[in-house]
Write a protein that binds this ligand. Structure first.
Ligand code: AP5
Ligand code: MG
Length: 190
C-alpha cells in the first residue's frame, strides 16, 4: 500500500502530478482543495464557511479539514492506497493524519515536496486564472497564498524529515520530466 503526500507551494503542480500518479499506481486521489471547491459549488453549509477563507488566500480551520479527511480516508476501499494533495498543510494536520493512519494500521509512505521558484509559481497561477474561474487565482490572493504557505505549510516538511519520509522533487521543467522524477522516487520505496 502506498500512502503518498504531495506537497509544495500553490501552483507547484500537485493536481497535475496527482492525476498521473493515480493513473500509474491506481491510488485514490484526495485533494482537500477540490473537496472544498465541490462543497462551495454545491452551496453546502461547509462550502459557505470555506468560501471566505479560500477567496482571501487563508487556510480553512484545521478541524474542519480533518473531519473531511476522516470521512474520505474511510471511503478508500481498493487497498492500493491514497495520494493526498494539499493535505496536511499545517503541523497540526500532519499530527492528526499520522494518528488517524496509525489507528487504522496504516502509515504515510513518503511526502513529495515539489520545489518550484516563486516567479514560475506566480506565472502558472496567473495563466490558469485566465480560465479557471477560481476565486483565488488573482495576483493579490496568490501573494497571500504564498505567504501562508511559507508560514504554516513549509514547517510540515520538517515534520516529515524527522520521520525520515521527506523527498524533495525538482518541480521545474515539463510535466513529463517532473513525473519521471516522481516515479523514480515512488518506485525506490515500493
Ligand atoms: P488547493 O486547491 O490545494 O490549492 P493550492 O495549494 O493553492 O494549489 P493549486 O491547486 O493552486 O496548485 P497545484 O499545486 O495543484 O498546481 P496545479 O497542478 O493545479 O487549495 C486551495 C485553498 O483551499 C487553500 O488556499 C485553502 O484556503 C483551502 N485548503 C485546501 N486544503 C486545505 C487544508 N489542508 N487546510 C486548510 N485549508 C485548505 O498547476 C497549476 C497550474 O500550472 C495549472 O494551470 C497547470 O496546468 C500548470 N502546470 C502544472 N505543471 C506545470 C509545468 N510543469 N509547467 C508549466 N505549467 C504547469
Ligand atoms: Mg491543486
Amino acid at each position: 500500500m502506498l500512502n503518498i503526500i504531495i506537497c509544495g507551494a500553490p501552483g507547484c503542480g500537485k493536481g497535475t502530478q496527482s492525476d498521473l500518479i493515480v493513473e500509474k499506481y491506481a491510488l485514490k486521489h484526495l485533494s482537500t482543495g477540490e473537496l472544498l471547491r465541490r462543497e462551495i459549488h454545491e452551496k453546502t453549509e461547509l462550502g459557505l464557511v470555506a468560501e471566505k477563507y479560500i477567496s482571501e488566500g487563508n487556510l480553512v480551520p484545521d478541524q474542519m479539514i480533518i473531519d473531511i479527511l476522516i470521512k474520505n480516508v474511510d471511503n478508500e476501499t481498493n487497498g492500493k492506497g491514497i495520494i493526498l494533495d494539499g493535505f496536511p498543510r499545517t503541523v497540526a494536520q500532519a499530527e492528526a493524519l499520522e494518528d488517524l493512519l496509525g489507528k487504522r494500521n496504516k502509515e504515510t509512505t513518503m511526502l513529495l515536496d515539489l520545489q518550484v521558484n516563486e516567479e514560475e509559481l506566480v506565472n502558472r497561477l496567473l495563466k490558469r486564472g485566465e480560465t479557471s474561474g477560481r476565486s483565488d487565482d488573482n495576483l493579490e490572493t496568490i501573494k497571500k497564498r504564498l505567504e501562508i504557505y511559507e508560514q504554516k505549510t513549509a514547517p510540515v516538511n520538517g515534520y516529515y524529515k524527522s520521520l525520515n519520509k521527506y523527498v524533495a522533487i525538482d518541480g521545474m521543467g515539463t510535466v513529463e520530466e517532473i513525473f519521471s522524477r516522481i516515479s523514480e522516487a515512488i518506485d525506490s520505496k515500493k
